[in-house]
Design a protein around this ligand. Sequence first.
Ligand code: T46
Length: 142
Amino acid sequence: MNTSEQGGSRGSVRIIDLPVISDRRGDLTFVEGRNHVPFDIARVYYLYNVPVDSERGGHAHRQLQQVVFALSGSFCIRIDDGHATSEHWLRDPRKGLLINRLIWREMDSFSQGAVCMVLASHAYDESDYIRDHADFLATVRG
Ligand code: T46
C-alpha cells in the first residue's frame, strides 16, 4: 500500500496488516473480529465488475467502522476527516485500510478486474450515511 497524506491522518484511518500463511500450495490470509479488526464483523460486502473509470463512495458514516481490502487488483481511496486529507492505494490483500466513523471517503482508479472487500461493524443502514459533503463538514466541525 502506498499512502500519501496532506496535513497528517489525525488517526482517522490506519493500515491493518493481516497474517499470511504461505506454503507450496499458495498463500492463506485470515481475519478475526475483535482481534485483527477492532470490532465484531457484522457484515461483509464486495465490489467487483467495477469499470476502470468508476467513482464510488462519496459519503461518510455516522457510526459505521469499516476495513477495506483489495483482494485483487488495485484502487485508490481518498480520505477527508474534515481537517486533513490523505490518499491510500490498496493493492495487497494482506493489508486493509481501517476507516473510522465520520470520515469522508471517495474511491477511484480501479484496475481492470479489481475486487474490493469490506468488513463492516454494523448491518446496512441508509440513515447512517452522510452523503452531502457540506453536511459532513458541519457534523465533524460541530
Ligand atoms: C463504503 C464503500 C467502500 C445495500 O443494500 N447493502 C449494503 O451493504 C451496501 C454496502 C449497499 N447497499 C445498497 C445501497 C445502494 O442502493 O447498494 C447500493 C450501492 O451502495 P453505495 O452507492 O453506497 O456503494 P459505494 O460503493 O459507493 O459505497 C459502499 C458502501 O456503501 C460504503 O459504506 O464505505 O462502499
